[in-house]
Ligand binder design. Structure first.
Ligand SMILES: NC(=O)c1ccc[n+]([C@@H]2O[C@H](COP(=O)([O-])OP(=O)(O)OC[C@H]3O[C@@H](n4cnc5c(N)ncnc54)[C@H](O)[C@@H]3O)[C@@H](O)[C@H]2O)c1
Ligand SMILES: [Zn+2]
Length: 377
């Protein structure tokens, strides 16, 4: 972890996955170079851009212009904005439109949008003709630091989130940090929860840096690029060591078991965004670790204070409209993670930056913590 350098050069992070290795390029104004970068990787390829209606209005013309400037033929597939598009009906439309546009093996799908578009377009790319190459152009902070990297793609089933999907790595990720300037403030904050997560799970020096530099990450400039690069480097390392999540990759779920239960409890509505739920989940994971005397209260309070300082929710009572009662939350937790004889798997911490997978967490202890926090006024 070094301090950010002011540099006009984009930052390159390599994802070392052998035959499926690719680069993540991070920098302000990179969208203009998209065509040239694609041409260098896949000369002569045609492109289908998948995006959502909100992003299309703001950034599709610039993406199309960049492709055209490099002599690349493209068509656009625009789906409604929001999590609702990660369904079978939209997936079908996207696949059929890619086929109709005569995108064949050797051609490319470009995902221009947040995590919803990355997951949906990536899964369509994995499926059409048994696998087309695809490029991620993430447009939310969450997508730039997390969802565009690592190759998890998919849609939701009526039984739950992300239940249908595939591992399909992109061939390139182009993270233009200027695209985040149009992102609603609340979405930027929510994405920041995942940034803090990277420090808290495995990089204490990065977390300290965030504590002093977060304002510059929010305002843009080199600190923003630096933070995104550190997260991508962290995730790239984990993915290269454990692509299919048989071990270490699970650490990226810090705060997510509690978080998913709260998100589901709020009905996946605008009342609680994913990143906001993750912030609450991280606080609970730290509080739980403190109760188990894995860390001192000081570490739990440091994690909580930072998330609160940036304006993220840190107490269940912060959720507007409230969350369901303890029984429902415990059922949601049990659905999210397998329970074996009353034992749950959680990501806990032995300190800031020292997360680990705990396979034998007592459901009764989780229930006791949640009951306490639900009672908090
Ligand atoms: N594949 C993975 O590894 C992974 C990891 C984490 C999350 N996810 C998935 O990511 C999704 C959440 O991603 P998200 O938070 O990016 O949501 P999102 O894609 O719905 O984007 C959030 C909102 O911001 C809008 N938006 C996007 N870019 C914008 C921009 N530059 N300016 C203005 N508005 C913009 C979108 O239209 C949308 O309304 C979830 O479905 C989650 O399951 C996947
Ligand atoms: Zn997340």
């Amino acid at each position: 972890m070094t301090a950010p350098l002011r540099s006009a050069e984009p930052i390159k992070v390599a994802v070392a996955l052998g035959a499926r290795a690719y680069d993540i390029i991070i920098g302000r104004g990179l969208l203009a170079s998209l065509g040239e970068r694609i041409k260098a990787l896949r000369p002569g390829a045609k492109v289908a851009i998948v995006t959502d209606a909100t992003v299309a209005k703001l950034h599709l013309p610039a993406a199309e212009k960049a492709l055209k400037a490099a002599g690349i033929e493209s068509s656009a597939i625009i789906v409604p904005a929001g999590e609702g598009s990660k369904n079978f009906a939209t997936f079908e439309t996207v696949c059929e439109t890619i086929v109709a546009a005569r995108i064949e093996r050797g051609d490319l799908v470009v995902a221009l949008g947040g995590g919803v578009i990355g997951d949906l377009a990536g899964y369509a790319a994995a499926s059409v003709r048994r696998g087309l190459d695809f490029v991620q152009v993430p447009t939310t902070l969450l997508a730039q630091v997390d969802s565009s990297v690592g190759g998890k793609t998919g849609i939701n089933s009526r039984h739950g989130k992300n239940l249908v999907g595939a591992f399909h790595q992109p061939i390139l990720v182009v993270a233009d940090t200027a695209l985040l300037d149009t992102l609603p403030k609340r979405e930027f904050h929510a994405g920041y929860a995942e940034v803090a997560k990277f420090g808290l799970l495995g990089d204490a020096a990065f977390f300290s840096w965030l504590e002093s530099s977060w304002k510059e990450v929010f305002s843009g400039g080199p600190a923003r690029e630096h933070a995104i690069a550190v997260c991508c480097r962290g995730k790239a390392g984990i993915v290269a060591r454990d692509e299919y999540e048989t071990g270490e990759r699970a650490l990226l779920n810090l705060g997510h078991t509690f978080g998913h239960a709260l998100e589901a409890g709020a009905g996946f509505s605008g009342r609680l965004l994913h990143g906001e739920a993750v912030a609450l989940g991280i606080v609970l994971a730290f509080e739980f670790s403190a109760r188990k005397v894995l860390i001192g209260e000081a570490d739990a309070s440091r994690a909580r204070s930072h998330l609160a300082a940036v304006g993220l929710p840190t107490a269940i009572k912060d959720v507007p409209g409230g969350v369901p009662g303890i029984d429902t939350l415990m059922e949601l937790i049990a659905q999210d993670k397998k329970v074996k004889r009353g034992k749950l798997t959680f990501i806990l911490v032995r300190g800031i930056g020292q997360a680990f997978v705990a396979n034998d967490v007592d459901a009764a202890e989780v229930r006791a913590l949640l009951a306490d926090r639900l009672a908090q006024k």
